[in-house]
Write a protein that binds this ligand. Structure first.
Ligand SMILES: [Fe+2]
Length: 232
């Protein structure tokens, strides 16, 4: 398997490129529109064909590159059916399996940051989007966020994975690149160490985060797969 963790500095977003060495087919998790040229060059360099762009959710902080990549390379965009992006080519729900060459992914619905959040589980790793972050989690104060629901998603859908499963998040603001389920279960500041649901909800309520910088631009654009023109 070919694997690249790609970082977009403006919004501290991680995108991930995975390629099957046998078939040269690839997927890209959470592409950012401003990085599309970089992805295209990397795919070419690695001699890969992009099959899917896999969204962990409809983002509020950056514009997805899925529409642009579809235009340029013919890749299909995958989003959860409750994500609110009717422009997607493939709407998935909990328990769906995706196969691309020898790469296999199980879709797990992990709502709470948004209603349409999913994590993509592989045999040795999980891409958690903005549900579980390293030593943190996605915010729950906008986009139908719900702290109780996020607690249930993380504890029931992610903390139940094998302890050595690698955790690759959708963002990191402190320079972390990868963690494990065991480490997050033990140490995550918001819900590690066996924190109860009520404690977690209280922590989330008291965060008092600033209004997201790009939400008014990013949300409508992402609901149309990054097609900025439709915003008017
Ligand atoms: Fe998000």
């Amino acid at each position: 398997m070919l694997f690249r963790q790609l970082f977009e500095t403006e919004t501290s977003t991680y995108s991930y490129l995975l390629g099957c060495e046998r078939t040269r087919k690839a997927v890209l998790f959470d592409p950012v529109v401003t990085e599309v040229e970089r992805y295209v060059a990397l795919l070419k360099e690695l001699n890969l064909t992009l099959v899917y762009t896999l969204e962990s959710h409809v983002h509020a902080d950056h514009i997805t590159g899925s529409g642009k990549l579809r235009e340029l390379l013919g890749s299909k965009s995958v989003v959860h059916r409750d994500g609110g992006a009717q422009c997607a080519d493939l709407m998935v729900t909990d328990g769906v399996f995706l196969q691309v060459g020898d790469l296999e992914f199980e879709v797990r619905h992990t709502p709470g940051h948004t209603q349409g959040c999913v994590s993509y589980v592989m045999a040795d790793r999980v891409f958690t989007g903005d549900a579980l972050l390293i030593d943190g989690c996605g915010r729950t104060d906008f986009q139908q966020g719900d702290a109780g629901q996020l607690y249930d998603s993380i504890t029931q859908q992610l903390f139940t994975l094998p302890p050595d499963t690698l955790v690759y998040p959708g963002h990191d603001y402190q320079g972390h690149t990868v963690s494990t389920i065991a480490q997050e279960k033990a140490k995550n500041a918001r819900l590690g160490g066996g924190k109860k649901r009520g404690e977690f909800i209280q922590i989330m309520q008291e965060l008092q985060l600033a209004y997201p910088k790009y939400i008014d631009r990013a949300l409508p654009a992402n609901q149309s797969c990054g097609n900025i023109e439709v915003q008017g």
